[in-house]
Design a protein around this ligand. Structure first.
Ligand code: ASP
Ligand code: MG
Length: 423
């Protein structure tokens, strides 16, 4: 049966991690496997810095490029002692492709250049892992996701055309699987009908895995991570955490939507539609059961906590003190949409409207300037958004120690709190 495996940035972060991928795969000698890999370690952040440097004509452009190249070549020096291995030329060619993307003056919008540049992280990592598996397991086959995952031209957040993607996946991947048993491709990236590269949004490799599983009617998807499974909170912000053994699609969607970074929010829907189970497992202890997300009616046994830091709470009120009614709301929403700023939570009163959004330096100043044309605008920086799924008063009290609540939004199972430190 066909399984789709996704290996994220941490699972391929250096030469040892790549070797570990091969040992995880060795546990599945009889399955057909589609492997989806992310960029190595923090490569995507580095590439974002490169895109920014290129677009703003900063001097650092070439030095960031060389740093990235050095990093990837160091990895292959460790993995491929035979300097005649084809990977040396393959990777050199990929870096030439990146060089082309940063050679000329920026000729288009930032988001277009971002995608041509930042997508290369997955190309490098997939090239390296595929070459390693070719040697270590004598199977595996590299496929370019830009020819399979078909998107529109919404750069930085390509919208997938499921029909064309399914056709391409069936046509390109199925025969390769029959022949090679394993096929490896890139997460996070796709292509437009004019053959430009798009990306699917940060952390989008999970979504790629789900889309391929959907398109190929896979038996399951497994996301291999450096945590034992889905936890009820991010250990970075909360102690102690608990692993959740089993989760409904609905709870998984809610947690991901509110910002639990363990799974990309778009991942679940395609799987739910075909009832394909999703496993989240540890690449350090691959035999442990991890978490399974599937069609079950088990409710989450514990409250889950999701923390988003560096948030901005914006409050708007019409300049003429009219009410915030449908017309104003639709203007406000379209400004957020235009500036691609995501609303994480909101609250409406008669004459004001509050919104919590990421304090993103690329988007917020222009958004605020536009809002100020029509509205009085107040904002609080450095606030945090805490979401609790299956909350009660004691879980709320627990996260509010030393904090002041600026906005609270409750539904039956979920509470969202915008808070700031009282100090
Ligand atoms: N490499 C991309 C990122 O870091 C996509 C992913 O890891 O899923 O956002
Ligand atoms: Mg990643």
């Amino acid at each position: 049966m066909l399984k789709v495996f996704k290996f994220g940035g941490a699972s391929v972060k250096n030469a040892d991690a790549v070797r570990n991928v091969a040992s995880v795969l060795a546990l599945f000698p009889h399955d057909e496997l589609v492997l989806v890999v992310s960029a190595m370690d923090k490569t995507t952040n580095k590439l974002e810095a490169l895109a920014d440097a290129f677009f703003h004509r900063k001097e650092s452009t070439l030095s960031i490029y060389h740093e990235l190249k050095q990093f990837h070549f160091d990895v292959i020096h460790h993995l491929f002692p035979n300097k005649q291995d084809a990977i040396y030329t393959e990777l050199e060619n990929d870096f030439v492709e990146l060089l082309w993307a940063i050679e000329d003056e920026p000729a288009s919008l930032y988001c277009f250049h971002y995608d041509q540049i930042v997508s290369m992280g997955e190309v490098f990592s997939s090239r390296i892992v595929a070459a390693y598996l070719r040697n270590a397991l004598k199977v595996c086959c590299w496929v370019d996701a830009r020819g399979i995952i078909q998107t529109d031209n919404t750069y930085q957040e390509g919208i997938i055309d499921f029909e064309r993607t399914q056709q391409a996946a069936q046509k390109e991947i199925v025969p390769l699987l029959k022949k090679n048993r394993m096929v490896l491709t890139q997460g996070f990236i796709g292509g437009t009908s004019e053959n430009y590269t798009t990306t699917l949004g940060r952390e989008g490799s999970d979504y790629t895995a789900a889309v391929l599983a959907y398109s190929l009617n896979a038996e399951s998807v497994t996301i291999w991570k450096d945590v034992p499974g889905v936890l009820n909170a991010d250990p970075k912000w909360f102690h102690p955490t608990q692993k959740i053994d089993e989760l409904t699609y609905q709870d998984a969607i809610e947690l991901a939507y509110y910002g639990a970074t363990v799974i990309h929010p778009k991942t679940i829907k395609p799987l739910q539609n075909k009832e394909i189970p999703l496993y989240v497992k540890s690449f350090v202890s691959p035999s442990e059961p991890g978490t399974i997300i599937k069609n079950t009616n088990k409710q989450l046994p514990v409250a889950s906590f999701i923390f988003k830091v560096n948030q901005l709470l914006i409050t708007l009120s019409p300049k003429d003190f009219s009410f915030i009614a449908e017309e104003n709301l639709s203007k406000i929403f379209s400004l957020f949409h235009q500036h691609r700023a995501k609303i994480h939570t909101m609250q409406l009163s008669a004459i004001s409207f509050s919104v919590c959004t990421d304090n993103d330096a690329q988007k917020i100043p222009a958004l605020l300037a536009d809002l100020q044309k029509e509205y009085k605008v107040w904002y609080n920086q450095n606030v945090e958004l805490v979401t609790i799924r299956y909350y009660n008063q004691s879980t709320i009290d627990r996260v509010c120690v030393g904090k002041e609540i600026l906005l609270e939004q409750k539904s039956r199972y979920t509470v969202q709190l915008v808070v700031r430190n009282t100090k």
